[in-house]
Design a protein around this ligand. Structure first.
Ligand SMILES: CC(=O)N[C@H]1[C@@H](OP(=O)(O)OP(=O)(O)OC[C@H]2O[C@@H](n3ccc(=O)[nH]c3=O)[C@H](O)[C@@H]2O)O[C@H](CO)[C@@H](O)[C@@H]1O
Length: 357
């Protein structure tokens, strides 16, 4: 039986594509082991998805103390890789994947990487020369790579949840009992939520309440939910508006949406593209995270509008105006379609050099 170690963690954007590949490999009869951190989201999400999981004590390398605290994870990583003897290791970026990738290099394992974002992240930048292949979500990433290494990369798009290829807008709208002329506005701040987007929604709440033909689905993020609930205690809310910390059925809601207001996390954007949705993007304002570059891909293609974090309130105002403009929404939808990719899960799996004996 073939064995693959997948190393990932931190946020949904790094974990979900890894799970999609994990599911695909499992279906092809591969034994899959996940290694992440013992303290972040993956420690729950991965075992809940039915995969074996090892959590390492690895912390963001921002302080000397954290680096010291993470040292044992490198020894543990070597132990895991030498015991499991995987046919390949796939890293999904983020500092959390470093111990297993280091172990993979030292023990001469086949290493593959996947980059979700338009710009290569720090970890993938460091390891790509040692990897057999790095799978990219967007062509734009080639700008970061010297010519002599470009054939070590392959653009596949981001691995998405399988259900995205079978959802239908009509079926989902029916399921949500949306009237023909009722518009669904989805607001999401990514897997962790976005405080500034939430504040902007609160700024416009009365207006949203008055718009009888707009139904809002708003994912606030777990951390901000209680605060928002408290602050909205005296506000009027339409029976049909749904405010939750997190939507487990995000793909279904996205499929039914007329317009999506979101951060520019790479996975969310790949989903927006696959479902051909117009969007208003409010990228997370850290250059390091690179969401602005992700957002630019859609904006340059005229499929989305970008508002900076400090313009978040303007962005929500624009969303309320745009959602009534069917012609404009259709134009954006057609433009987004140009960015669609094939099924990345299948393409990545086919490209792994593990199938021959
Ligand atoms: C702050 C930060 O570091 N953000 C990064 C993180 O974003 P983050 O984890 O927010 O990632 P993404 O937007 O890429 O993905 C979020 C995923 O969570 C799902 N979802 C979200 C909300 C919800 O209620 N339900 C739900 O299912 C979305 O459908 C999507 O599949 O990883 C991304 C991929 O590397 C990066 O591009 C982001 O810059």
């Amino acid at each position: 039986m073939k064995k693959v170690i997948i190393t990932t963690g931190g946020t949904g954007g790094h974990i979900y594509p890894a799970l999609s590949i994990g599911e695909g490999l499992k279906k092809r009869g591969v034994d899959v082991l996940f290694v992440g951190s013992s303290s972040r989201m993956e420690k729950n999400i991965v075992p809940e998805a039915g995969f074996k999981f090892i959590g390492l004590e690895i912390y963001p390398p921002r302080t000397i103390k954290n680096i010291f605290k993470s040292i044992t994870s490198f020894f543990k990583g070597i132990k895991v890789v030498s015991k499991e003897k995987p046919d390949a290791i796939i890293g999904f970026g983020n500092y959390i994947s470093v111990p297993i990738l280091v172990a993979g290099v030292l023990l001469r394992k086949k290493i593959y990487l996947q980059e979700q974002n338009a710009n290569l992240g720090f970890t993938n930048k460091f390891f790509y020369k040692m990897a057999k292949k790095t799978f990219l979500a967007f062509e734009k990433t080639y700008d970061d790579i010297p010519l002599k290494y470009q054939d070590k990369f392959l653009v596949t798009g981001n691995p998405l949840r399988e259900e995205i290829y079978s959802v239908s807008e009509a079926v989902e709208r029916e399921r949500l009992k949306l009237e023909k002329d009722e518009k669904l506005l989805l607001i999401t701040g990514g897997s962790l939520g976005a405080k500034d987007i939430n504040e902007a929604v609160l700024d416009h709440w009365e207006e949203i309440f008055e718009e009888k033909k707009i139904r809002v689905y708003w994912a606030t993020g777990e951390k901000n939910f209680d605060d928002i609930n408290k602050r909205m205690e005296n506000s009027k809310i339409k029976m049909t508006d749904i405010i939750k910390p997190y939507f487990n059925n995000m793909i279904n809601i996205m499929a039914a949406a007329d317009l999506i207001v979101c951060r520019a996390g790479a996975l969310t954007l790949s989903e927006v593209i696959e479902l051909e949705k117009p969007s208003i993007l409010i990228p997370y304002n850290s250059i390091k995270v690179g969401q602005f570059a992700n957002a630019k891909i859609l904006e340059e293609n005229e499929g989305a509008l970008i508002y900076s974090n400090s313009e978040a309130s303007l962005g929500i105002g624009k969303a309320l105006e745009l959602i009534g403009n069917e012609e404009e929404l259709t134009k954006m939808r057609i433009k987004v379609r140009n960015l669609k990719k094939k099924n990345a899960v299948e393409e990545i799996m086919d490209s792994l050099d593990i199938w021959r004996n």
